[in-house]
Design a protein around this ligand. Structure first.
Ligand code: PAF
Length: 286
């Protein structure tokens, strides 16, 4: 596969995009923070199937990290990412040379999805989804793609982005596509942050998926009470995690907590293994 075009400034990017849009080609966008894994590559491959060209963005977006989070140590590997993007068939990679390229002097406009960002990760990471929604709105406005693809591993993020695209009419031009979580062979959800785990922590990280499996088994056996499903999940997660951030059962669309499963719901887990915060989720009842 040919190497993708690498662009690092907004001006260069606009030049490439103008030529593409003038030709009337369909564009798929895959926004990422880099250190790409199979999950990201599955988004690129799906984009290839649905569009003429796929553009990938690689930007560790500072505005979605809290003051005590891992912005400085977030893993980066631009050369490796470019090779992977090439193999997966991406046309262009936009890797802004500095945050100033995205947030120029005087930047002061923010996007907030007020209700959906409140609980779960939004509750534990204040400001996180404001940073995500703002940067994704900017990317959709800049690229004007026919579709943009995101992983369902970040379930709340996907819900926030769908709502934002609908509310700001960015979704009038761009279909937001959610793709299934890609897992390692032993079931661990793929994440760039898995790179932080020691071999011993990597083993214990399986407790998140074990928690989801335990609750799903109870659900399959007929249990519909949230308290029982959550207790089953929690018991498994506690076996491996050092600290649980949350285990919650919410309506699959509104993300409001439910007491009983009467329609589609999502069970979400966030937990620390060592210093690494991991998340995972499972939809039940769809
Ligand atoms: O999921 C991610 O990697 C990021 O949150 C995103 C969507 C690229 C925005 O920075």
């Amino acid at each position: 596969m040919a190497s993708p075009i690498l662009v690092q400034t907004r001006d260069e990017l606009l030049e490439a995009l103008r030529a593409l849009h003038a030709k009337g080609e369909r564009l798929a966008l895959v926004p990422t923070m880099g250190f790409l894994h199979e999950g990201h590559l599955s988004l690129i491959r799906e984009g290839k199937k649905r569009a003429d060209k796929v553009a990938v963005t690689i930007f560790v977006n500072p505005t979605q990290f809290g003051p005590n989070e891992d912005l400085d140590r977030y893993p980066r590997d631009l050369a490796g990412d470019l090779a992977k993007c090439g193999e997966a068939g991406a046309w262009l990679v936009y890797a802004p040379q500095s945050p100033r390229e995205v947030y120029p002097e005087g930047f002061q406009t923010w996007v907030q999805v007020t209700e959906l960002e409140m609980g779960l990760c939004g509750g534990k990471r204040p400001g996180h989804f404001k940073g995500v929604a703002t940067v994704v709105a900017k990317l959709l406005g800049l690229f004007r793609p026919q579709l943009a693809l995101f992983g369902q591993k970040d379930y709340q993020q996907l819900a926030v982005i769908r709502r934002m695209a609908r509310d700001l009419d960015l979704g009038a031009w761009t279909e937001i596509v959610g793709m299934p979580t890609v897992r390692e062979t032993d079931g661990l959800a793929m994440s760039s942050r898995n790179a932080y785990l020691s071999p011993e922590e990597r083993q214990r990280a399986l407790s998140l998926k074990a928690g989801l499996d335990a609750a799903a088994a109870r659900y399959e056996a007929g249990e519909r009470q949230a308290a029982a499903l959550l207790a089953a999940a929690r018991a498994e997660v506690e076996r491996g995690a050092d600290r649980i951030d949350y285990v919650e059962l919410v309506d699959a669309d509104s993300l409001r907590p439910v007491e009983r499963v009467d329609g589609p719901v999502c069970l979400l887990v966030a937990a620390f293994v060592g210093k690494t915060r991991l998340i995972d989720n499972r939809v039940l009842g769809s």
